[in-house]
Write a protein that binds this ligand. Sequence first.
Ligand SMILES: C[S@@+](CC[C@H](N)C(=O)[O-])C[C@H]1O[C@@H](n2cnc3c(N)ncnc32)[C@H](O)[C@@H]1O
Length: 239
Amino acid sequence: MSLEGDSAAEVWLKVVSKNRKRRKTPVFSCSGEGSIDAHQHSAAYIEKRVIEAEKEVEHSVFYSSFLNSLNLSLNEVGSTIQVILCYGIGSIAASVTSRFQLALVLLLKKRFQANVSVYDPIFSDLDKVLLNKFDLHVIAGPNNVKPEVNAETLVIFPHVPKELIENFLQVNWQRNLSKCYLLCNSFSKIREDNLDLILQKNYYHLYQAFNFHSEYRISNNFRFKDVFNDLSIHIFSTV
Ligand SMILES: C[S@@+](CC[C@H](N)C(=O)[O-])C[C@H]1O[C@@H](n2cnc3c(N)ncnc32)[C@H](O)[C@@H]1O
C-alpha cells in the first residue's frame, strides 16, 4: 500500500479499510474543510492521534525545512516569537488535516515557549476541551475575528479565506505589522490566482502589502499533500 503523496483522509481511509471489513460511517475528503474524519471519537482517542501526529511532524523532513524558512524570516527581522495566534485551524475532532496542523502549532509552542491562542467558529465543545488539554487558550467568539497584535507574534492562518487575511492586515496596518510573522496562504499564489483589479477593489490592504513584504515559501514535502500546501511565511517592512 503506497501512502506517499496521498491526502491525509485518503491514507486514513486506506488504513481503516484494511483493518475493518465493514464501515458504518464514510470518511471523505472535503475541500475547504480539510480531510474529514466522520467517525465520533472520544477525547482520549483524538488526543492520542494528535500526539502521534506531533511526533511524526517533528521527525519529518518537512519540519526541518519549515524551521529553516522560519529562521530565515526571524533573522531578517532580527527577532523572536513570543506569542502564537492561530485562526481557522478547523475542527481537531473532525479533521485529520487540522490535527496535523495542530501538531505543528504544538511543536512551535514548545520551541519558542510561546503563549498560544486559537480561534475558529467551527470549534465544537470537544475541540475546546482538547485544545485546553494541550494548554492552548481558546478565544471566545464571535467578536474576535480581527486579532490585534501587540508583541512579536507568529500569526497562523492555515488555508483561510482571503477576507480573514485582509481583516487582519487592516487592523494591524499602522504600527503592528513589523511585529508579525504571518504564516498563511502564499501571497504570491493569491496574486497569481486573482485579478489585480479584484484584489485592489476588495482586498485593499492585502493588495498593498504585496509591495512591502518578504515571502518565505514552505516546501510542501510532508507525507500528506493537503496539510501544509500553498503556505508561506510573510514578514513586513514598515507600512
Ligand atoms: C478552508 S478551511 C481550513 C481548515 C483547515 N485549516 C485546513 O487547512 O483544512 C477555513 C477555516 O477557516 C475557519 N474560519 C472561517 N471564518 C473564520 C474566522 N472569522 N475566524 C477564524 N476562523 C475562521 C473556518 O471555520 C474553517 O475551519
